[in-house]
Design a protein around this ligand. Sequence first.
Ligand code: FE
Ligand code: FE
Ligand code: ZN
Length: 275
Amino acid sequence: MLYAGCHLSVSNGFVDTVRTAQSIGANTFAFFTRNPRGSKAKKEDPVDCQNAMVAMKEASFGPLVAHGAYTMNLCTAEAGAREFACEVLCDDLRRMAYLPGNYYNFHPGSHVGQGTETGISQICDALKKALAPGYPVTVLLETMAGKGSEIGGRFEELKMIIDGVGSNDVGVCLDTCHVHDGGYDIVNDLNGVLMEFDRIIGLDKLKALHLNDSKNPFGSHKDRHELLGNGNLGAGLFENVVNHPVLSKLPMILETPNTIPGYGEEIAMLRGMVR
Ligand code: FE
Ligand code: FE
Ligand code: ZN
């Protein structure tokens, strides 16, 4: 069973979003825990969440992959802003407890000139604090394209965060556009990249995938998503992904520049690629 889905709005509640997902052939989805560029979060609705969990179980959904706000930078330089980002993370994980057993993915952060080591230690401090209550959620560090001072463009950096936090509730979400732009050649050597991931981080930590093609060439450190098959990754990569023994059971989230019906077509394409 392939778990495929896309980013969906949860503004009408989770039950409504589950129905939308089903209407386009999705059996997982991603959602922003709050306005992706802002920090406002809707008040949680426990009954809606509970009903959505039942509906997803009935429809054999895979785990959801929530996405933290892009603006949440756990290693920003100013202490007050960093503290605020940490509060956002803490509140997001608290709210994920209404949807127990799902994933919360986020961008590790940008060190904005403080240096990678300082940034990583600040990210670890925030994660330790946010995970301390023991909510039923696994946080996933997203592999990044290595744009500017972004942390997470190298597997080694993600490994340092995982070790620094020292919790089993930290994993990785691999974004195909990001790793390609970051200089990991998944197009010509997917197995080699996965072996490197295994050597540095361990494939047991790989919990979810973001499926995006890339508008930019290999190693560009750019991060511009493209429709599957229309960019520098090409349809063949996604065919390899959906049939790969290590990857095929993971939730796969589309973040391509598409409409909801268009996502339905991409999901159908992925399902059609399964051999
Ligand atoms: Fe992301
Ligand atoms: Fe992504
Ligand atoms: Zn991206």
